[in-house]
Design a protein around this ligand. Structure first.
Ligand SMILES: C=C1C[C@]23C[C@@]1(O)CC[C@H]2[C@@]12CCC[C@@](C)(C(=O)O1)[C@H]2[C@@H]3C(=O)O
Ligand SMILES: O=C(O)CCC(=O)C(=O)O
Ligand SMILES: [Fe+2]
Length: 364
């Protein structure tokens, strides 16, 4: 790589550990994000649902309708697998910047190391690094660890397999709570209702300790484009979700708990009954934070639309059918206004989409 280009890239990807002060380019004004008060988790807290509870389906339905997010425990994913994926992620982000840049995401690519994709919508930089894995991690991991990448690949593959099982189970519960049966009502769920053909991406996020956390932003407010997202966070808190009419609420890490976000495609499929949740990640002065998001969606050929069981004369379909890729393209263009672009009809109750109040999109 010509040295001027690599210098420019390194300037864009600083070694966070060497920064003693927050550079102005990382200092966020309130205006840069959605300006609501933050609440301590003791004020109200995101529901924690035990998947072994006989009322899990009803509890999930209530959480999706009122919060768009919940945490699950007794989900069947082993602690050792969670520890291993955390350790692989930590090892990855601890590599020297030059090494990580060997697996940099190309400008038109999806997989690899880089800044948050949503950065282009904001004038300030985010205090985080990310690594996106779509499909096999082999190629990029070989670039990172030429001699011992196979163990790390196995961890990622094992994690994706377990996440896929859990996501299928959560789909059945979320749809079931809407009166939709995967087996009869969702063709692409497949004969075993295991959503075998579903697609997914894995996003590893690293938030280094920050000298001025109150002015920095780890990951700016956004909704995920998914049907659902399964998020593992280490023991450092930082995730916040926006509760309508209340403000930003901390999602405190629960040992072995997994956070489940309702994504935009579930918002569409449920015809707005399960609104996607606006969330963001804050940073910490002394502790780094890691999170691993399993972003789950339909097979690439499937168009998601409001389910026929949820539409009728008094409930017209609010969104037009759209594939995940088409939606990702819309999101890349319009960011938090993407849902409005897919909307065909104003809801009869006159309410707008929850995440449409966004005033953060900055163009130019
Ligand atoms: C499948 C995807 C969802 C995602 C874009 C991507 O192609 C891979 C990364 C995902 C992610 C993770 C961090 C937040 C987010 C908004 C982003 O910038 O990249 C999501 C994207 C999304 O859900 O729209
Ligand atoms: O780090 C977090 O808690 C949030 C990560 C996230 O929102 C994402 O990867 O989409
Ligand atoms: Fe997210």
């Amino acid at each position: 790589m010509p040295s001027r280009l690599s210098d420019a890239i390194i300037r864009l990807h600083p070694d966070f550990t060497s920064l003693q002060e927050l550079p102005e380019s990382y200092a966020w004004n309130q205006r840069d994000d959605i300006d609501y008060p933050s609440f301590d988790s003791s004020a109200e807290s995101v529901p924690i649902i035990d998947l072994n509870d006989p009322n899990a389906l009803q509890n999930i339905g209530h959480a999706c309708r009122t919060w768009g997010v919940f945490q699950v425990i007794n989900h069947g994913v082993s602690t050792s697998l969670l520890d291993m994926v955390e350790s692989t992620s930590r090892t990855l982000f601890s590599l020297p910047v030059n090494q990580k840049l060997k697996a940099a995401r190309s400008p038109d690519g999806v997989s690899g190391y880089g800044f948050a994709r949503i950065s282009s919508f904001f004038s300030k930089l985010m205090w985080s690094e990310g690594f996106t894995i779509v499909g096999s991690p082999d190629e990029h991991f070989r670039q990172l660890w030429p001699h011992d990448y196979t163990n790390h690949c196995d961890v990622i593959k094992g994690y994706k397999q377990e996440m896929k099982k859990l996501a299928g189970r959560l789909m059945c519960l979320m749809l079931g709570s809407l009166g939709i049966t995967a087996k009869q009502d969702i063709k692409w769920a497949g004969p075993k209702s295991d959503f075998k053909e579903a697609s997914a991406a894995l996003q590893l996020n690293y938030y280094p300790a920050c000298p001025d956390p109150d002015r920095a932003m780890g990951l700016a407010a956004h909704t995920d484009s998914t049907l659902l997202t399964i998020l593992y966070q280490n023991s450092t808190s930082g995730l916040q979700v926006l509760k309508e009419g209340v403000g930003w609420i901390k999602v405190s890490p629960v040992p072995d708990g997994l956070v489940i976000n309702v994504g935009d495609l579930m918002h569409i499929l449920s015809n707005g009954s399960y609104p996607s949740v606006l969330h963001r990640a804050m940073v910490n002065r002394t502790r780094h934070r890691l999170s691993i998001a399993y972003l789950y969606g339909p097979p690439s050929s499937v168009k998601i639309s409001p389910h026929p069981k949820l539409v009728g004369p008094t409930h017209p379909p609010l969104y037009r059918p759209i594939t995940w890729n088409e939606y990702l393209d819309t999101k890349a263009k319009y960011f938090n206004k993407a849902l409005s672009w897919v909307r065909v009809c104003v809801p009869l109750n006159g309410l707008v989409d929850v995440n449409e109040h966004n005033n953060s999109v900055k163009v130019g």
